[in-house]
Design a protein around this ligand. Structure first.
Ligand SMILES: [Zn+2]
Length: 354
């Protein structure tokens, strides 16, 4: 078992975990809120270190990341546990359970094995995804360090539920921070996720931005929960004012999963979210989970031409050359990619390994 970082020992074999805003004080024999950090005889252990439940090679567009090495293949790994309890979680079967249950379903994958496997499969990126990576802290830290040494990029697909010291440590080795900002009121966060942590999530976005990570924001738009003009206006305005107009914002269609039973989001709602975001100055707003929607494409903010067209997770043309529009030379802000037109996907569809 791997001893956890970022905790302190208290009297009577209690421990205090400082990894995330829950700040769990954990009695002997118990796990924290996340279900994957356990107090064993007065020491805290990271039960999921080196253990994964899912491995896949995903198109980077599935994260979704549209401005970070389009066409790249992301070696994607995830495990059990989460420090939120979102009522609409798509991955609740793995995220809403602890490592103590079904522990033997988990496959062993050391940081060395993860990096070797990603390289063998010609992936440019390792993505920590499917469940909340924050609570996989020790494993991600070790794997990211090694991955970077081997020339791979690291992507955190996260809800941002982590304390700043832990985040800053991970950011030393993180290239892209794909952040979920789920809504724009604390009341909404409390009701949907079980934790009123909007302020912390926003602070973490700033920390990642200041650390120089590539950032893309995603919001799953849920009817009657976060689809009001006020929330969409507040959130898009916050992004523009604090991170700038070039940060991509993905507004995605909600489908009923897990406990939440609202109807599927109408496409008009996503179009309205986009309109509000554009009005506030955002330049790149993408529509997700609506196959064939033109809002999947990257348009030049200068000349309006289509620079990257996407069908599902596959990219067709790519007219971004050295970070600029091939037609008018306009710089495409907050874009990372190679200096030549980017290759098409080697994996236009996810390939499931585990
Ligand atoms: Zn242009």
């Amino acid at each position: 078992m791997k001893e956890a970082l970022l905790y302190e020992k208290l009297a009577h074999e209690m421990v205090h975990c400082h990894l995330c805003p829950h700040e769990c004080v954990i009695p002997e024999g118990k796990t924290g809120y996340c279900g994957v950090r356990k107090n064993v005889e007065g020491s805290l252990y990271a039960l999921t270190y080196g253990k994964v439940i899912s491995i896949a090679i995903d198109p980077i567009e599935k994260k979704p990341l549209n401005h970070f090495y389009p066409g790249a293949s992301a070696f994607s790994i995830g495990t059990f546990g989460c420090n939120m309890r979102c009522q609409h979680c798509q991955n609740w079967e793995i995220s809403h359970r602890g490592a103590t249950e079904d522990g033997d379903q988990l496959r062993k994958l050391s940081p060395e094995q993860a990096v070797a496997m990603a390289k063998e499969r010609n992936c440019e990126v390792i993505a920590y995804t499917y469940n909340e990576p924050s609570i996989w802290f020790e494993y991600i830290l070790d794997t990211s360090k090694l991955a970077r040494k081997e020339g791979l990029f690291n992507v955190l697909v996260t809800s941002g539920m982590i304390n700043p010291p832990a985040l800053k440590t991970l950011l030393n080795f993180t290239d892209s921070y794909r952040l979920d900002i789920k809504g724009f009121t604390e009341e909404f966060y409390q009701r949907l996720t079980g934790s009123a942590v909007l302020a912390q999530v926003l602070e973490n976005a700033l920390i990642a931005f200041e650390a120089g990570a590539h950032i893309e924001i995603i919001t799953n738009i849920i009817p009657n929960w976060n689809d009001s003009d006020e929330q969409l206006d507040g959130l898009s305005r916050w992004i523009v004012d604090n991170l700038g107009p070039d940060i991509p914002w993905h507004v995605t269609r909600y489908h009923p999963y897990c406990k939440l039973r609202e109807p599927t989001t109408p496409v008009e709602t996503l179009d309205r979210a986009r309109e509000i975001g554009f009005k506030n100055g955002l330049r790149y707003i993408y529509v997700g989970n609506v196959p064939g929607h033109p809002g999947q494409n990257t348009l030049c903010p200068g000349c309006g031409k289509t620079l990257i067209d996407r069908t599902g997770f596959a990219i067709g043309v790519n007219h971004i050359v050295r970070g600029c529009c091939e037609f008018c030379g306009c710089k495409i802000g907050h874009f990372r990619g190679p200096d030549i037109p980017i290759k098409h996907h080697t994996t236009p569809f996810p390939e499931y390994i585990l």
